[in-house]
Design a protein around this ligand. Structure first.
Ligand SMILES: Cc1cc2nc3c(=O)[nH]c(=O)nc-3n(C[C@H](O)[C@H](O)[C@H](O)COP(=O)(O)O)c2cc1C
Length: 314
């Protein structure tokens, strides 16, 4: 499957601009050494690689390059909540961006744990996507807000080192429910995400061994034992005066078991399916630049999604 096409041509100028910044892999173990019984569902090529967006998004490599050039890439995640009068209200918070799902270069210690605890040490490096992701605790508010607002999300990075702001608007879906596809929310999320994964050009083997459980476990493993333990903290957002009823919940726990049932019950990977992406370049105050990429769809039997690039006045 081709990952380049005429769609990416308008980007050559931007890609060239990014090349002088140098290029490293987007995954950054510095961020991260920061799941539930295995799921039975094994995706097959027919289930996984039927995307109408099978070509790489034209902005993807530039954003990846920018993230790699930055000292840290937390981003702000905006969702829609509802107040007491059921009026929509904005809700934002900082999250650690984990790069593009499902690719993640994990910390060597985490890789060792994967080798010891996960069949074949994890998934084969079969897939790539344009879907940014972060991890979260299902008990926090953002996932409920996503469910009650048609999954609407906006993510924003301010990469100060590059004087550049990136905004990604789209829909976000969480995976990692221990019930697997018995839970219809998990099934729907996997379908939405799975249809947008591309088999990597460099990958020449079967994708049969790839599982959702291993994908999620890798993100869990990439957290430190203490960070994994945070998924066994008392209920986030409850008054501290209120002791948790569940004795398994408490602060400061260290989790080394990658399928710890309590922690994995709360752990989720959230992926953002982008629909509109915007780059604002403030590096030259005399000539600030702003670009927008919008996802459209051309009709026909061989329906293909296409990104349109427009340069805007800043
Ligand atoms: C630097 C930084 C990184 C954070 N990373 C995450 C993260 O990756 N995932 C997450 O759910 N919360 C993260 N948080 C905490 C969130 O900002 C927020 O407090 C929490 O998710 C609860 O938000 P919610 O109840 O609105 O969902 C981070 C906070 C900071 C300051």
């Amino acid at each position: 499957m081709s990952t380049t096409s005429a769609l990416s041509k308008p980007l050559n100028r931007l890609q060239a601009a990014s090349q002088h910044l140098g290029k490293r892999s987007v995954q950054n173990p510095r961020i991260a050494y920061s799941q539930a019984r295995p799921y039975q569902f094994i995706p097959t090529p027919s289930k996984m690689a039927t995307s109408t967006r099978q070509t790489k998004a034209p902005w993807r490599d530039l954003l990846a390059s920018h993230m790699e050039q930055s000292s840290g890439y937390e981003f702000t995640i905006g969702t829609i909540g509802f107040d007491e009068d059921q009026q929509p209200v904005p809700r934002v918070r900082t999250c650690g961006c984990r790069g593009f799902f499902p690719e993640l270069d994990i910390h060597p210690k985490s890789q060792e744990e994967m080798k010891q605890q996960v069949k074949d040490g994890g998934n084969p490096p079969a897939y790539e996507s344009d879907l940014l992701c972060f991890t979260t605790d299902i008990r926090m508010e953002k996932l409920h807000q996503l469910e009650s607002s048609g999954h609407a999300v906006e993510a924003i990075f301010w990469l100060k080192d590059l004087m550049t702001q990136w905004r990604v608007k789209g829909k976000a879906f969480a995976i990692g429910d221990p019930r697997g596809e018995e839970f219809k929310g998990e099934k729907a999320s996997r379908e939405a995400i799975g249809s947008l994964l591309r088999v990597k050009e460099s990958y020449g083997s079967s994708v049969e061994q790839w599982t959702w459980d291993r994908a999620v476990t890798k993100y869990f493993a990439n957290h430190s034992p203490l960070a994994r333990g945070s998924f066994k903290n008392p209920f986030p957002g409850m008054p501290r005066s209120q002791e948790p009823e569940n004795p398994a919940l408490g602060m400061g726990q260290r989790v080394t078991e990658l399928h710890d049932p309590v922690a994995r019950g709360n752990f989720r990977v959230v992926t953002i399916i982008p629909e509109e992406v915007e780059r604002l370049d403030l590096s030259n105050q005399e000539d600030m630049r702003r670009w927008k990429w919008t996802l459209g769809q051309s009709g026909g039997k061989e329906e293909q999604s296409a990104w349109t690039e427009t340069e805007l006045w800043p």
